[in-house]
Design a binder for this molecule. Structure first.
Ligand code: CMP
Length: 152
């Protein structure tokens, strides 16, 4: 049973998605291992598939961008794994762990360096702010699906 309300975790959580390219290539377990090894706690996890409509809602901030249509098609092209991660400085530390959005510029050893193939098929998502993390976590999970382990 969930003992702490998600509001209490603002600033200590981030939302990650293992994207369809990485799922298709069998990279779920290696990527989750990297994440756990880096000190993140998994407090919610599910394999799911975005419909076109739900992908459009999730990526609404990009709707005016030239790559929007392609992004929606890609993100709804197969199963994804969405995960809520808990850690101090979760958003910032996770973005360091995954590396640059474009794998060409991702530092050696980062998850995108290891598993991404292009700017679009970049294997993994990480929230870009605490506000967005909070919003994104509640997009994928209900309060009953989130399990806090540590008092950070
Ligand atoms: P992410 O930051 O997880 O979420 C938005 C995604 O849009 C981003 O990863 C990239 O995969 C994708 N993206 C960002 N910029 C571009 C671009 N210029 N061309 C194609 N895809 C992009």
């Amino acid at each position: 049973m969930n003992m702490i309300d998600i509001d209490h975790m603002f600033g200590k959580i981030t939302l990650s998605i293992i994207k369809p390219d990485a799922v298709k290539k069998g990279h779920i377990v290696p990527i989750l291992s990297e994440i756990i090894h880096a000190g993140f706690n998994i407090i919610a996890i599910k394999m799911t598939e975005l419909s076109i409509k739900s992908a459009q809602i999730f990526y609404a901030e990009h709707q005016k961008k030239l790559f929007f249509e392609s992004l929606i098609k890609f993100m709804s092209s197969g199963p994804i794994v969405s995960v809520i991660l808990e850690k101090k400085n979760a958003v910032k530390d996770f973005r360091v762990l995954i590396g640059n959005t474009n794998p060409v510029y991702a530092k050696k050893g980062t998850i995108r360096y290891l598993y991404a193939t292009s700017l679009e098929e970049n294997a993994i998502h990480g929230s870009d702010s605490d506000q967005n993390a909070f919003k994104e976590c509640l997009f994928y999970f209900s309060h009953r699906e989130i399990f806090f382990k540590k008092d950070l």
